[in-house]
Design a protein around this ligand. Structure first.
Ligand SMILES: [Zn+2]
Length: 211
């Protein structure tokens, strides 16, 4: 079941996405990924109801953890969900051209890309090649939480999600629909062991989660 009319608001889209994660966590997914599911949405235009920007980590396959089928969500994955113009342009397309109302940024614990940024700050050694581009975009989150904090890595994971959400909300073509409440950009974290996706609370200003 790809997009439903109910998922055409940000709130309903978020509810549908999180319901899919609950199905996954409970071991009761309803969507297989066989060729009949592909064929079912082959004709006509696609009607996804959400776009999820996540990490390349092989342990976080987005369609699986949200129990989504062909045609239901758009997925973008980069190391630690780092933004560049291609990513932003892709999200602008999904929102502006496909009418998607929900953008989720999904970080995860033990993220290797965030770990690389922590290491770069701690050692003063920046990686070479295009990996430097990725690391450079995570370093500000690490610097904000403090690289000397023993919990710098998990705190930076969280902070980096919040920074990515903020950047997307300020994106040239997303800022207006976000301000009008027509589109929501939310941040969330994935638990590798339980499979659970947890939303980051709005307005969280502390580095450490409550409690
Ligand atoms: Zn990662």
């Amino acid at each position: 079941m790809p997009s439903t009319p109910a998922a055409r608001t940000p709130r309903a889209a978020l509810a549908e996405l999180l319901a899919g994660n609950r199905r996954f966590v409970s071991g009761q997914p309803v969507h297989g990924h066989d060729v009949t599911a592909a064929a079912a949405v082959a004709s006509g235009d696609q009607q996804p109801y959400a776009v999820v920007l996540g990490c390349i980590d092989s342990r976080v396959p987005l369609e699986a953890i949200f129990d989504q089928t062909f045609g239901s969500i758009c997925v973008i994955r980069t190391g630690a969900h780092v933004l560049d113009r291609a990513v932003c342009g892709s999200i602008e397309y999904v929102v502006g051209q496909l009418g998607v109302r929900l953008v989720m940024v999904l970080g995860h614990e033990r993220c290797g890309a965030v770990g690389s940024a922590v290491d770069a700050l701690r050692t003063g050694r920046r990686p070479g090649g295009a990996l430097a581009y990725v690391v450079d975009r995570i370093v500000p989150a690490v610097a904000e939480v403090g690289v000397d904090d023993p919990a710098a890595h998990p705190l930076a994971v969280r902070r980096h999600v919040r920074r990515t959400v903020a950047a997307l909300r300020a994106d040239d073509l997303l800022a207006a629909p976000v301000a009008a409440g027509e589109v929501a950009v939310v941040g969330a974290l994935y638990d590798l062991a339980t499979g659970e996706v947890t939303l980051l609370p709005e307005g969280e200003t502390r580095n450490r989660p409550p409690g």
